[in-house]
Design a binder for this molecule. Structure first.
Ligand code: ZN
Length: 167
């Protein structure tokens, strides 16, 4: 298997990133605490669309800043009020920011996010906690490799080397 040289569909990309909000505060970073670069499978929607689009064509070693407006990030905030759900009805260990898979009364699946926990009640919203937030990613492309057949089938990478087990 030949190694890809540029980022395109079917390439697993390992990258470091620092994500900042419009006020300059750091939301998340992979470069502190000895964290490994994050892998994603290009073309599979593993990362927000605005960042994935700006990754295309990059090569290992590239450093760049990607500005991603909210609409191409975690979506616009639709202004809906969070709903209150007793913690007792939710899985153990829910924390703010955590996505939960739920079903509405028609049996349709949807993802909701834990906005906050107040006493024994969780506030849940269909909006991602970063909905409505314009994002700036400082990116370093660390390495590229071809996805394995299994990764292509699953639509996500299996760790840095493609052989990491998952549940
Ligand atoms: Zn998998």
């Amino acid at each position: 298997m030949t190694s890809p040289t540029t980022i395109s569909e079917g390439v697993v990309v390992l990258f470091h990133y620092t994500l900042t909000a419009p006020d300059g505060s750091v939301i998340d970073t992979s470069v502190e605490g000895g964290r490994e670069p994050m892998p994603y499978l290009h073309g599979a929607g593993n990362i927000v669309p605005g960042l994935e689009r700006q990754m295309a064509g990059r090569v290992a070693g590239d450093r760049f800043t990607a500005f991603v407006p909210a609409a191409e990030g975690y979506g616009d905030d639709d202004g809906e009020e969070p709903i209150q759900v007793p913690l007792a009805q939710l899985p153990d260990g829910v924390m703010p920011g955590m996505p939960l898979y739920a079903q509405n009364s028609d049996g349709e699946g949807l993802t909701v996010f834990v906005v906050a926990i107040e006493g024994d009640v969780a506030l849940l919203s269909p909006n991602h906690p970063l909905a409505g937030v314009d994002l700036t990613f400082d990116v370093e492309v660390v390495a590229l490799r071809a996805a394995t057949a299994e990764e292509m089938q699953h639509g996500h990478p299996h760790g840095a080397d493609g052989h990491e087990a998952h549940g």
